[in-house]
Design a protein around this ligand. Structure first.
Ligand code: ZN
Length: 179
């Protein structure tokens, strides 16, 4: 059904929801629909006090994420949105960081990832962009790009830790059924 001219309100979905497990679709055209999706995602992210959000987390299976780490790293961080992002290079050097996720609320675990990456994509003006990212920026980008491939950070932790989290994850699944 077409809802022309009506901006759809987006809500978070949680661990256990099918959309979080799909490989998201490439975005063809950065049109008005995509721009209003981006704006809506910022609303959801700020409301939930997150620093990154991928479109699948609001039940839209498209290759797009936003992030805002402008308050982090001593106020030197950035805010950006990236469409069809691709990681071109990853450093051999990896490190741990305590990650959380708006779709897996209340759980924080150490995840090891490459410390530096080279990422390309398209911005909201439709321009090709490239980022050499390190630190928190590289971390958040990799976490969000994982979402576009149906991967959650809890997939990247040790099996025994995930097993211990099972009761909590079960509770989080139920958040999807709230009315
Ligand atoms: Zn996440």
């Amino acid at each position: 059904m077409a809802e022309q001219g009506v901006a759809r309100a987006h809500d978070l979905i949680y661990y256990g929801h099918d959309t979080l497990r799909k490989v998201a679709e490439e975005i063809g055209d950065v049109n008005g629909e995509i721009i209003s999706l981006i704006d809506s995602m910022y609303n959801v992210m700020y409301r939930s006090k997150g620093i990154g959000l991928a479109a699948p987390q609001v039940d839209v299976s498209k290759r797009l994420f936003i992030l805002d780490i402008s308050e982090e790293e001593g106020g030197k961080g950035v805010s950006l949105e990236l469409i069809n992002p691709v990681i071109r290079e990853s450093s051999d050097k990896e490190g741990p960081y305590n990650e959380g996720c708006l779709s897996v609320p209340g759980i924080w675990e150490e995840v090891t990832r490459p410390l530096e990456i080279l990422v390309t994509g398209v911005d909201r003006e439709g321009n090709e962009v490239e980022y050499e990212a390190k630190g928190l920026l590289a971390r958040v980008m990799q976490h969000e790009i994982d979402h576009l491939n149906g991967i959650l950070f809890v997939d990247r932790i040790e099996d025994y830790i995930r097993n211990e989290l099972r009761p909590e994850l079960k509770k989080i699944k139920k958040l999807n059924h709230r009315t």
